[in-house]
Design a protein around this ligand. Structure first.
Ligand SMILES: C[S@@+](CC[C@H](N)C(=O)[O-])C[C@H]1O[C@@H](n2cnc3c(N)ncnc32)[C@H](O)[C@@H]1O
Length: 574
């Protein structure tokens, strides 16, 4: 339909174009096309969503001088327009977004029927925010015209039972790259609406009209589905920011729980009965009131569950037990201890690009630990807690023709122990700083592999041992800047014959906006060692420069990755 200057009296031309665009979309688009434009779903995922719902409407917000004039003008165009009804959800959203009282906003819903579209009656839904001259709402109208916050495409859910809606929400958010964006119950139409919004690669809301918001429309009042959706929605930025700013309190509360050994005194989720605060306070030698307040906070973090004044441990809290496999207790103590202290130097690190740890504590992280044996032991235990990250590694590497695996800076030998247990024909070389080797010997003895392992003390900035078929650098390169990495890799290359393999275990920075522990750990590396997390491409470049060619990248637990490479004949030769 061509834009006509005199369509509706008192309607901005941009609003008029918006309505025309929505009308043609409703006539021409189908459910699959709508989903393809909005969400990052595969064909089969779209098919699955479309088997539960169908494209029903396109909605736009317009700002006429008068809703009555808008309706009259549309009807004069021969369009089938319902009488307006008051909007609840959009009116409240506008009020929150622009900080004006709800009473100052007159928002109506106007439906235009497009009977010839799709397999049934589709509609264009107009949210009409009345902005008569002199109302003071022109600024809001101008901003909404640019941001198009209320524009959306709507799907009607055929049978909105809890399971189907939970499945749709999970698919759209987890796979489709959409974020929950509020919703509500519309008593006039007796339907529940759930809004989703597309997120750009950088985590920002997209403003790509009309394909940036989706509405799922469920018939009737669906309290459970709405509550779950509201809970997942970023509704109040100030509240959310306040919660984020208390991250340091979370770190400390978990560290204090670890220090008290709280998890060791609570029954697990499946066990009974819960332990009372009185009992816990006497066992831990803690103040009853202080402990009960800590427990209430830990319950809000889902680490413990409260039964009145008694508590059990949740699955999330269980890794804090000192005897849990790969207990995270040492790491909790590190993050609440020396790394808590060193993070206060983050501003220095960000301003200068230099690590904050050394600037604050007078020594680099590895030297500092070396001179403080209890701290060094805690750090080594914290590193070994990542064993689940290593679990799949042995199964991903072909050891058939290998005889010797050299683990460069292998810590206490957690990974090397797993490789030697997996392939009994292998010998291992654990190359580490001397103070770490004592614990490594013990660890390899514990898993019955010490007799197949040589323990070599040294500094990888000087040399790495020769004679291996497979070399391992697990979570080493992220401790160092590119120049230092190049030096470490050159030493490896110098000790390796052409064809020898190199395994890297590292977290990788995502390039597609997906979330990864690599992002917060990158800041940790900057502040504490002056290193960095990198993308796969960055590692590939470092490897090539040093004479390696990257063969594969495989995901590991805890957001780790195994990068398998081999030594080429010359640096720079892939
Ligand atoms: C982050 S930990 C990784 C340990 C182990 N590879 C893992 O993934 O659990 C880094 C290790 O590098 C070792 N290291 C640091 N500087 C070193 C150097 N110059 N030469 C040899 N080892 C070093 C430390 O002792 C520490 O065990």
């Amino acid at each position: 339909m061509p834009v006509r200057q005199d369509w509706v009296a008192g309607l901005d031309l941009a609003d008029q174009a918006c309505i025309e665009e929505a009308l043609s979309l409703v006539r021409d688009a189908d459910t699959d096309g709508v989903l393809a434009g909005l969400a990052k779903l595969t064909k089969y995922q779209r098919y699955s969503v479309a088997s539960h719902c169908a494209f029903s409407h396109a909605a736009v917000l317009v700002c006429p001088d008068s809703t009555a004039d808008l309706v009259a003008g549309l009807r004069a165009q021969g369009l089938a327009v319902d009488d307006p009804s008051p909007s609840v959800v959009v009116r409240e959203r506008l009020s929150r977004r622009h900080g004006v009282p709800v009473s100052a906003l007159n928002v109506a819903i106007v439906h235009i029927h497009v009977p010839e579209a799709g397999d049934g009656d589709r509609i264009v839904e107009l949210f009409a925010l009345e902005t008569p001259p002199g109302s003071g709402l022109a600024g809001i109208a101008a901003r909404e015209r640019v941001e198009r916050n209320e524009s959306h495409l709507g799907l009607n859910v055929d049978e909105p039972d809890e399971v189907a809606v939970a499945g749709l929400r999970a698919l759209l958010v987890d796979e489709g790259g959409l974020a929950a964006d509020g919703g509500g119950y519309n008593s006039v139409e007796d339907c529940t609406v759930l809004y989703f919004r597309r997120i750009d690669g950088d985590g920002q809301f997209a403003h790509a009209y009309p394909q940036h918001r989706l509405e799922l429309r469920l018939s009737g009042r669906c309290e459970t589905q709405l509550a779950a959706h509201q809970a997942a929605t970023l509704d109040d930025p100030a509240r959310e920011l306040l919660e984020l700013m208390t991250g340091a309190w979370t770190t400390q509360a978990i560290a204090v729980a670890a220090e008290l050994g709280l998890a060791d005194h609570l029954p697990g989720p499946a066990a009974a009965p819960p332990v009372s605060v009185d009992e816990l306070a006497s066992r831990l030698g803690a103040d009853r009131d202080g402990l009960s307040r800590l427990l209430r906070y830990l319950a809000s973090l889902r680490l413990v569950t409260s039964f009145g004044d008694s508590y059990t441990l949740t699955a999330l809290g269980e890794p804090l037990r000192h005897d849990a496999r790969s207990s995270l207790r040492p790491l909790a103590l590190m993050y609440g201890g020396v790394f808590y202290q060193s993070f206060s130097a983050l501003a220095h690190a960000v301003r200068t690009g230099q690590q904050g740890f050394e600037w604050l504590l007078g020594q680099g992280h590895f030297e500092y630990f070396k001179e403080r044996p209890p701290l060094a032991a805690l750090f080594d235990a914290a590193m070994a807690a990542s064993a689940p990250m290593f679990d799949p590694v042995a199964g991903l590497v072909d050891f058939t023709d290998a005889r010797v695996v050299v683990d460069i800076a292998g810590g206490t030998g957690e990974l090397l122990g797993q490789l030697l247990q997996h392939a009994p024909h292998l010998r291992g070389v654990l190359f580490e700083r001397s103070h770490v080797l004592t614990r490594a010997r013990q660890r390899l003895a514990d898993v019955g592999c010490a007799d197949r392992c040589d323990f070599v003390a040294g500094d990888f900035t000087d040399f790495v041992p020769e004679g291996g078929d497979i070399y391992v650098l697990s979570r080493i390169l992220h401790d160092w800047d590119d120049q230092q990495c190049a030096e470490i890799l050159r030493h490896c290359a110098a000790s390796m014959p052409a064809g020898a393999r190199l395994l890297l275990v590292e977290r990788l920075l995502p390039t597609d906006g997906t979330s990864s522990l690599a992002v917060p750990w990158d800041l940790h590396m900057l502040c504490n060692v002056g290193g960095r997390e990198r993308t796969a491409g960055h590692y590939e470049h470092l490897l090539e420069e040093a004479g390696f060619s990257l063969d594969s990248v495989t995901r590991l637990p805890l957001d780790g990755n195994l990068l398998q490479a081999h030594r080429t004949t010359q640096p720079g030769q892939a």
